[in-house]
Design a protein around this ligand. Sequence first.
Ligand SMILES: *Cc1c(COP(=O)(O)O)cnc(C)c1O
Length: 398
Amino acid sequence: MEKLAIEGGYPVRSSKIYYGRQWIDEDDVQAVTEVLRSSFITCGPKVDEMERTLKEYTGAEYAVAVSNGTAALHCACMAAGIGPGDQVITTPLTFAASANCALYCGATPVFADIDPETYNIDPESVRAHVTERTKAVIAVDFTGQAVRHEEIRAICEEFHLVFIEDAAHAIATKYKGKQVGSLADLTTFSFHPVKTITGGEGGAVLTNSEAFYQKLMLARTHGITREEGQMEHPIQEGPWWYEQVTLGYNYRLTDFQAALIVSQMKKLDRFAARRKEIAERYNEAFSEIPELTLQREIPESDTCRHLYMIRLRLEKLKCSRREFFDAMGEENVQCQIHYIPVYWFPYYQRLGYEKGLCPNAEEVYQGIMSIPIYPAMTDQDVTDVIHAVKKVVENYRK
Ligand SMILES: *Cc1c(COP(=O)(O)O)cnc(C)c1O
């Protein structure tokens, strides 16, 4: 058996590899610098082009580019009319923004539990948490795998809820052949550098509803409109006339970020194919290891994998997750944990959420670990990661 690096052996690789990273080519750099040399560096033609590209790619009727994925979620909640006294059902196994957006609107996030095999929100648990006050469901396509659209859609229709899909992980994923972005009432994307394509920062909201679209546009820019149909007193004193008709924010995206996102969109299918290829190699390499459980895939989702997680069966290992994590790091494979259940955070605890609320999410959290997956990984990188996982498992096998 190979000696672990953490115990003084040689690491599997000499340079550190991380769980995710962007892929920027020379043409991306050029797309950005072209904008910087042009007349408009914000609110110009590249934002329009990005919105058009997203609509074409996803099949959604409307797309609104915003400054980041969190702003996209906030705008989606505002468009859905979420306000004080309302409840919004979401998952605890996500980035905090998926729940914080409800708090921004004065509403209460309610955590439904996850399916312990797919790690996505469990529609049965969603149903069990619906009350008179529930206004929306924010379902997260965790790791890129599409949520159970049909079941969630049915619950939303039955109780008149808005279906918001946090697809920060899931651009390029298809559900039953349809592109994520065209399916929920409102879908949000993030273009943070660890996501599948990036603008440095950036986000978007997609919808098929014109009414939602109008509200998203107001939310993005201070609640200000120049559209005659939206103004309350279209007095038209002159061409400068505009009105603030609601309270919005400055969630605009710059044109140079939009240009980077447009440039990256051209590579999205290539990036997605590579991510799938890597996930398949991992699935094959790990499926026979009894100390690991792999995320179950649902056949309806053709998944562009944003994160790949292994789940440790700690009862079969001599180590804790922390020891496994540290040993991987010493092999120069830097893992990450996605995510600490949102309601465990001190802020949520102070709001009165109690630990134990979602037993499946808490149980899954104890064993999961994200290993590197990103399109720029070479075949050798993938081999190294597999090697490191197997080496650490063998050393800690009971
Ligand atoms: C990244 C992420 C967000 C937030 O996106 P930002 O662009 O970082 O604001 C929201 N939800 C999930 C699930 C994410 O992974």
